[in-house]
Design a protein around this ligand. Structure first.
Ligand code: NAG
Ligand code: NAG
Ligand code: NAG
Ligand code: NAG
Ligand code: NAG
Ligand code: NAG
Length: 767
């Protein structure tokens, strides 16, 4: 017998092996979506697609699934997105004409008193031009039927508008003049929770768009709370919708595609309430930095949410120096929910409780005393009211005391009458629960627990929420991300702050008002919190400024907003300027800044050269071939920014540094400004020259600010004010050492509550 396999069977065997290898290894699991930047090499679309397909064929591993271009970036950047293996991505990066290849990252999404609180009444002087200003909102889409977006009284879109309405389930109107959506790929379940349309099924995008540019809608409230008129900052501006966030996530490839379109469509301001993780890229090469750079080149200001990762230091997610990063702060309205025990003691909690127990006392039980033993829970593991941890028989019909924020979902499952959640120290946001309830300060929760233990039949009731005056406002919100930023600590970020706590605005009635299980209430208006909510306040303010000064650069608009912002107290706000930047936005004052700190593309390129970026990184961000030795290298301290930040290397180290700035006269043709400067303890600050005389509008003058001394505490706050008797042009100055960076944050232990709330609330779509 011949023991050798026949040639035929060998082939079959080889075929089987290769088939197995194919089935096994070409699984989609090894593939990731990458963005491939090609720089400006190709012009016409058909030929560039052929070239891209060729590149994909060249790098494809033999066992890989066939490759195709998922996205073709062609309008303001050049490049494409495709699914590649790690090896293919490596090969791709080595091809001629490829600038860089980077993996797609997933991002997160980050309300009527607010405008009045910042001194911007409904009937302000408005430019007729405001109808010509278009705010692009990159978010989770929009609820077009909302009254906030009614187009009564609006003429046709401005002639510069080149966008489209990519919707099958609604038509755009003269208020929402464009709408697109982006999603490069999705699984089977995706369509169960999403509609392939710019329609917003989550509420987030509707909320942000209405805050930036919604029409005034009177007599709105969330089931009676926050009653008043809701309105956008630029209430007659147009809205262009770019939906990139879905029920699960927002992705870089989609965000980049949205920027690519928006810039060419003709938007004036971009409002982006989305963020990544705080430890993301420090090279300005994420979708937000690249997208906003291109926008800046075209004269479009991008307004970004700073992030919801505070109060931890260095927790910013967005800090590109060509965009604005907006922190969140409180306003003078807070929501208070009272709890009364059988002993007549009353505690004040926080929530948006619209359910009425009518003062009736119900039995109250501590979650630790009601473990679901059948499911393996005991006293310790049921305290937090995690999923399935409680015994229905013991809790049903009672008020429940939980030790964790996730409690309301489980409380609803087991049929509790109400829920009290032990909060941490920071109770600065009010949440909706699917049943009567509130957060209690941990020391109050401890007293409630003590009362429960001390009685045979403990009882309690929870009252409806009422509004009260928060006289401490504005304060930086605990969840708002703090600087200094990790990439360029000597550029102060966030830039400024705006109301972002308990904001009432339009909502998608397809989405429940809270993310807790059992929440069934679907409303057209909702109260939520986050830098996602503060960001569109600044977008609206920026659009307002733009309507008066259509030719101002993004940097000039930002400067006007920053130098006129309402000063906040470094003593009362932990992390001082790193929490609130230049202060709280004041749109009316920003109309008359007097002087502006302007900056153009060239300025940012020299800054990027100074950051040591190599040619390919520069090409990726700027889309131009940059020779840094010709352009020059700028240190961050000298970037023409409306704020100053100085880092002291070691706490005991003597700082002797200076910053150069140029101001442009936009106030009165003939005027003289004098410098008034304060210095933090331990420092001297001087300005030369300290007198600037202007004889015409648009005239520029340069000065040097010099600082000398030693740190007394980890953050020192001061300011420079140029004053001509009519305008005060204020720049914050902050000096800090590594203690401020490493975050000896007093609030750190208290920080989870807000963050998890945000995860619950906003990640699912953002926040
Ligand atoms: C293709 O095969 C190689 C070698 O067996 C393996 O390293 C690679 O991961 C495979 N590629 C895919 C897409 O599975
Ligand atoms: C309960 O919640 C606290 C605070 O969030 C957490 O530290 C603890 O680990 C949780 N305990 C259990 C058993 O999940
Ligand atoms: C809250 O109190 C301050 C100071 O007393 C007052 O100026 C403000 O108008 C009050 N706000 C509301 C909403 O009543
Ligand atoms: C950059 O410019 C310098 C000065 O003009 C020149 O010497 C150098 O060759 C240029 N570098 C590149 C890579 O073009
Ligand atoms: C600061 O540095 C400058 C130049 O490096 C020097 O002329 C000046 O004397 C220094 N000032 C102090 C107080 O050290
Ligand atoms: C600040 O300047 C004054 C007067 O020139 C000088 O006496 C003092 O030592 C300086 N302080 C610091 C911290 O450099």
């Amino acid at each position: 017998m011949d023991s050798r396999p026949s040639l035929g069977s060998l082939f079959i065997l080889l075929g089987l092996i290769s088939l197995l290898v194919k089935c096994y290894s070409s699984s989609e699991d090894n593939m990731k979506t990458y963005i491939v930047y090609t720089g400006k090499i190709i012009n016409d679309e058909a030929s560039s697609l052929i070239i891209y397909q060729n590149m994909l064929n060249q790098v494809a591993e033999s066992n890989s699934t066939s490759k195709s271009v998922l996205y073709h970036y062609k309008r303001s950047f050049s490049g494409f997105a495709a699914k590649l293996t790690v090896e293919e991505a490596r090969r791709m990066a080595g091809l001629d004409g490829v600038v860089s290849v980077f993996p797609n990252e997933k991002r997160q999404l980050l309300t009527t008193r607010s405008w009045d609180f910042i001194g911007f009444p409904e009937y302000v002087e408005r430019e007729y031009n405001e109808y010509d200003v278009i705010i692009g909102v990159i978010d989770s889409g929009i609820w077009p039927e909302s009254e906030s977006f009614d187009d009564k009284g609006y003429g046709p879109p401005p002639s510069k508008w080149k966008g489209i309405c990519q919707s099958s389930d609604f038509t755009c109107n003269n208020k929402i003049i464009g709408a697109r959506y982006y999603r490069n790929d999705y699984g089977e379940d995706f369509l169960k929770n999403n509609i392939l349309s710019p329609r917003d099924t989550t509420g987030h995008g509707t909320h942000t768009a209405s805050t930036a540019a919604g029409n005034p809608v009177s007599r709105t409230s969330m089931l009676g709370l926050g009653h008043g008129t809701t309105r956008g900052g630029a209430s007659s501006a147009r809205i262009a919708v770019y939906k990139v966030c879905w029920s699960d996530e927002c992705q870089d490839v989609d965000i980049l595609a949205a920027f690519d379109d928006a810039v060419i469509d003709g938007v004036d301001i971009l409002s982006v309430s989305i963020g990544g993780k705080s430890d993301d890229s420090i090279h300005f090469m994420d979708a937000f930095s690249v997208g906003s750079f291109h926008a800046m080149k075209k004269g479009i200001l991008t307004v970004l949410a700073a992030g919801n990762f505070g109060p931890k230091s260095s927790s910013l997610t967005n800090f590109s120096p060509w965009a604005i990063s907006v922190a969140a702060s409180t306003m003078d309205r807070k929501f208070v929910t009272k709890v009364k025990l059988g002993d007549n003691k009353i505690y004040e909690g926080t929530s948006l409780n619209t359910f009425d127990l009518q003062g009736e006392l119900w039995p109250i039980i501590y979650a630790g005393d009601a473990p679901n033993k059948e499911a393996g829970f005991d006293k310790d593991s049921s305290r937090n009211c995690s999923a399935n941890s409680l015994d229905i028989k013991l809790v049903k019909g009672k008020i429940l005391l939980c030790e964790d924020r996730i409690g309301p979902s489980e409380a609803y499952r087991v049929g509790a009458v109400g829920v009290l959640v032990q909060g941490q120290k920071s109770l600065d946001t009010a949440n909706s629960f699917p049943l009567p309830g509130c957060y209690l300060h941990s020391k109050d929760a401890a007293k409630v627990h003590k009362y429960i233990k001390s009685r045979r039949n403990p009882v309690a009731t929870i009252f409806k929420t009422y509004e009260s005056n928060d006289t401490l406002a504005p304060m930086a919100a605990s969840f708002s991300s703090r600087g200094p930023n990790n990439a360029t600590p000597e550029i102060l970020k966030p830039d400024l702050t705006a109301p972002g706590v308990d904001i009432l605005a339009s909502w998608s009635p397809m989405s429940p008002i809270s993310q807790f299980h059992g929440e069934k209430r679907k409303l057209e208006f909702n109260i939520v919190s986050g830098t996602s909510m503060s960001c569109p306040h600044v977008s609206g303010a920026a659009a307002y400024i733009k309507s008066f000064y259509p030719t101002w650069s993004p940097a000039a608009i930002r400067s006007a907003l920053m130098t006129t912002a309402k000063q906040m107290s470094p003593e009362k706000n932990h992390d001082a300027e790193f929490a609130y930047g230049a202060g709280q936005v004041d749109p009316m004052k920003a109309l008359n800044p007097g002087l502006v700190y302007d900056a153009d593309e060239e300025e940012y390129i020299r800054f990027l050269c100074g950051q040591g970026l190599d040619m390919s990184m520069l090409l990726q961000i700027t889309e131009s071939i940059i020779n840094c030795s010709e352009r020059g290298y700028m240190i961050p301290r000298d970037l023409n920014y409306p704020s100053f930040a100085f880092k002291v290397q070691r706490p005991k180290h003597h700082l002797n540094a200076s910053s150069k700035r140029t101001v442009t006269n936009v106030g009165l043709a003939m005027s003289t400004y004098r410098a008034f400067v304060t210095a933090p303890k331990g420092f001297n600050i001087s300005v030369t020259p300290d007198l600037l005389s202007f004889t015409s509008l648009g005239e520029k003058q340069t000065f040097i600010l010099t600082i000398n001394g030693k740190m007394k505490k980890s953050i020192g706050s001061a300011s420079l004010i140029w004053d001509n008797g009519k305008f005060q042009v204020r720049s914050p100055i902050v000096v800090f050492d590594e203690r401020a960076v490493n975050g000896a944050s007093l609030y750190r232990i208290n920080y989870l509550y807000i963050v998890i709330f945000n995860l619950l609330f906003y990640i699912t779509i953002i926040g």
